[in-house]
Design a binder for this molecule. Structure first.
Ligand code: ADP
Length: 269
């Protein structure tokens, strides 16, 4: 028998999952009267396929602005944001809107459902806007409503549904286009604690099924359940990693907030 030398072992680490979001140096300043409010002061953030990232921090510190800017809902003053391979701020507004509609889903605190449309019609709407044939759109809407536990409510209008059911419809609407990334901003904020718990369960199930999610939340339970917690303070990321090693949110409150002053407004006049 030939000596073929030591057996090769396969110890190479697997390649990381593809990147869905890459943000670098994102700056956003609001102008209101004589004040400039530096809402984001240089955000770097990477999100990979299949991650669940929760974003927490005291009110007024830039979480919603981060979501709006990194999803291309709002303009930025500096930096770059790439979502699913496309540089959001290098494209025209129309292209960015289309990219958002086809590659991203949104769940907000205010459900933003159209009151005169049924649950199924609300869910199929984003598909119809992007040119999916009506019959296929209706089938997909019904399938995804089934996934969120609302198969029997598909024909009901939002006013005939509870708050928790309405939020399930918005989750279905966010998922129906099979987006690369779902953004959620305080998805449990308007719900009582039991219903909020149900929505958190649903979002965790959606993540377990493979969906990439970034969730802004005040809910400590949800924030600490994820694999990765991003904490935002005064327009900057102060923690990005294991939720267990992150400081409590109360430790993040800036001194200015404690005295009732605006947290990050700067007088420029
Ligand atoms: P959070 O989501 O953490 O509560 P926001 O992102 O909503 O914080 O706000 C960050 C800062 O930007 C706050 O000081 C807020 O008052 C300010 N801000 C947010 N939106 C606007 C706006 N449209 N015009 C002016 N200032 C704004």
């Amino acid at each position: 028998m030939n000596d073929v030398g030591p057996q090769r072992t396969h110890t190479a680490t697997p390649a990381p999952p593809p990147q869905i979001l890459r943000a670098r140096g994102v700056v956003k300043t609001y102008h209101s009267g004589t004040h400039e409010v530096p809402a984001l002061r240089g955000i770097d953030l990477d999100v990979h396929v299949g991650e669940l990232v929760t974003v927490m921090g005291p009110s007024g510190n830039g979480k919603t602005t981060l979501l709006n800017c990194l999803s291309g809902l709002d303009d930025i003053d500096a930096g770059t944001v790439t979502v699913d391979g496309a540089d959001l701020f290098a494209m025209s507004d129309a292209k960015r809107t289309r990219h958002r509609a086809t590659r991203m889903g949104f769940v907000f605190q205010a459900f933003n459902l159209i009151p005169v449309l049924s649950a199924a019609e609300n869910v199929e709407l984003p598909l119809l806007i992007t040119g999916v044939a009506p019959k296929a759109a209706r089938k997909r809407a019904r399938d995804v409503l089934g996934r969120v536990g609302l198969a029997r409510r598909a024909g009901h209008r939002p006013g005939e549904l509870s708050g928790g059911e309405q939020q399930r419809v918005t989750v279905a609407r966010a998922l129906v286009g099979e987006p690369a990334l779902v953004w959620a901003d305080e998805p449990t904020g308007a719900l009582d604690s039991r219903t909020a718990g149900d929505i958190i369960e649903l979002l965790l199930e959606v993540h377990a099924a493979g969906q990439t999610l970034v969730i802004v939340t005040h809910d400590e339970g949800l924030g600490r359940t994820g694999q990765r917690l991003v904490q935002v303070r005064d327009g900057r990321i102060t923690h990005d990693g294991d939720p267990r090693t992150a400081p409590a949110v109360t430790e993040l409150v800036p001194a200015a907030a404690a005295t009732g002053a605006a947290t990050n407004a700067e007088v420029v006049s």
